[in-house]
Design a protein around this ligand. Structure first.
Ligand SMILES: Cc1cc2nc3c(=O)[nH]c(=O)nc-3n(C[C@H](O)[C@H](O)[C@H](O)COP(=O)(O)OP(=O)(O)OC[C@H]3O[C@@H](n4cnc5c(N)ncnc54)[C@H](O)[C@@H]3O)c2cc1C
Length: 400
């Protein structure tokens, strides 16, 4: 790897959808951009792999829509939420955005397509390269320390972007309470998430199915190669009771949901289970230090049942890119990085604060079966209420 110091306007650490989206937009606007990603792509990723309809509009702007649609994923026309005893409520994909469908596609495929596109637009992409520290001069972040094949490099940039997902590997050096923006609801290691691709799952082909049960929920939808993706969240207590055996958690916890018993009865994992513990939802510091901003899950982690985490990653990547490009174009901008932080934080709050608040409210019901039951019953009575709530957990303004 050769990284020349001072060569970049922007260094982005993390090559998931947020980092790749920011890089594509910035490189397309002429900025000198570098991405450091710790993994080698394509790589599997723990996720429901429900790519919401609005993401397809982002893909079009990013120049990857055609290849995403040609990648063999499933067209998902609706999401159906099932309470534990089998009552259900549906949310059609056509309520969200012009494409009128969502996509079921593995993160291995999706993230790889985005990272390839970042390279095509001129961003320099370094895989198997981990961001391990920040270069700080007189209180301002001036670059990053990177590690690749056991060697450590330093790389300077006018602005550094933390796109490392829930890890928030760079922002965490400043603590979650930096600049008073922390709104994380902590559930200290009380939840564990699992995911695997399954053979023989019996979910409907064009439907994303969500199952609620005590202490969590899970989602099943088709992806490429005739497989289905099952991704679920369970309480750490239930996981311990199943001796952390993912298959057992699926059978004993997820399949306490009546519909999940029908769809998962004969299912078999076609790959290793991935598992991760979740330690909180909501917002973190957006500009944790002078010269550093956070995007995607590093900025906020929205509840997975909304199926809109990837949307927020793409949107915040785009928002950060627009804000940074404007800042880079200002004369004397380097002397005033605070202006960038303030501009980004204000725009971010305007775009995302309301939906994060709504999700925090709905989350309370999602983890308690009787509340989830009541909510599904009530929402089943009114299309209008269902549509309003579903939209409130996602994009604020509908494009007509
Ligand atoms: C259980 C669960 C289910 C979900 N289901 C869905 C769903 O169905 N639909 C949806 O839209 N969203 C879903 N989400 C949310 C979605 O996965 C995230 O919102 C999205 O991945 C965020 O993108 P990101 O780019 O911010 O972070 P990530 O996708 O996490 O990407 C971060 C990247 O940074 C890299 N990285 C981390 N640390 C470093 C480092 N130090 N140096 C270099 N690289 C580093 C990682 O390897 C990774 O590639 C789900 C989340 C969970 C937990």
């Amino acid at each position: 790897m050769s990284v020349s110091s001072g060569k970049y306007d922007v260094v982005i650490v993390g090559g998931g959808p947020a980092g790749a989206s920011a890089a594509i937009h910035l490189a397309s606007m002429g900025a000198r951009v570098m991405i450091a990603e710790q993994k080698k792509f394509p790589r599997a990723k723990l996720c429901g792999e429900f790519i919401s309809p609005e993401c397809l509009e982002h893909f079009a702007r990013l120049g990857v829509e055609e290849r995403m649609l040609a990648a063999g994923g499933a067209r998902l026309n609706e999401t159906v939420f099932y309470s534990r005893n089998g009552s259900k409520v549906d949310v059609p994909s056509e309520w969200f955005g012009a494409r009128r469908m969502a996509l079921g596609l593995s993160r291995a495929e999706m993230d790889n397509n985005l990272l390839m596109r970042a390279r095509e637009t001129g961003a320099e992409v370094f895989e198997e390269t981990q961001g391990t520290g920040l270069l700080i001069e007189r209180g301002r972040v001036r670059g990053v320390r990177l590690k690749s094949s056991g060697e450590v490099f330093e790389c300077t940039a006018r602005i550094v972007v933390d796109a490392t997902g829930r890890e928030h590997a760079l922002s965490r050096f400043f603590g979650d309470r930096a600049n008073g923006h922390s709104r994380m609801t902590r559930r200290s290691r009380t939840l564990v998430a699992f995911k695997a691709h399954l053979e023989n799952a019996r979910g409907l082909a064009n439907v994303c199915e969500i199952y609620f049960y005590r202490g969590g929920y899970g989602g099943l939808s088709r992806v490429e190669n005739g497989l289905s993706n099952l991704c679920f969240i369970a309480s750490a207590r239930d996981v311990r009771a199943c001796r952390s055996d993912a298959g057992r958690v699926m059978r004993e916890v997820v399949m306490s949901n009546a519909r999940a018993r029908e769809t998962l009865g004969d299912a078999r994992p076609a790959c290793e289970w991935l598992a991760v513990s979740l330690d909180g939802f909501g917002r973190r510091a957006l500009a944790p230090a002078c010269g550093l901003i956070a995007i995607g899950d590093a900025a906020s982690f929205i509840d997975p049942f909304t199926g809109s985490g990837m949307l927020m990653a793409l949107e915040s990547g785009e928002l950060a890119a627009q804000t940074i490009a404007r800042w880079l174009a200002e004369s004397f901008s380097d002397e005033n990085p605070k202006m960038l932080a303030e501009d980004y934080s204000a725009r971010y709050s305007q775009k995302f604060a309301a939906r994060l608040r709504i999700c925090a409210l709905v989350r309370r019901a999602a983890f308690v079966p009787r509340l989830a039951e009541a909510m599904i019953f009530a929402l089943g009575k009114s299309d209008a209420a269902r549509r309003r709530l579903a939209r409130a957990t996602r994009e604020g303004k509908r494009k007509k």
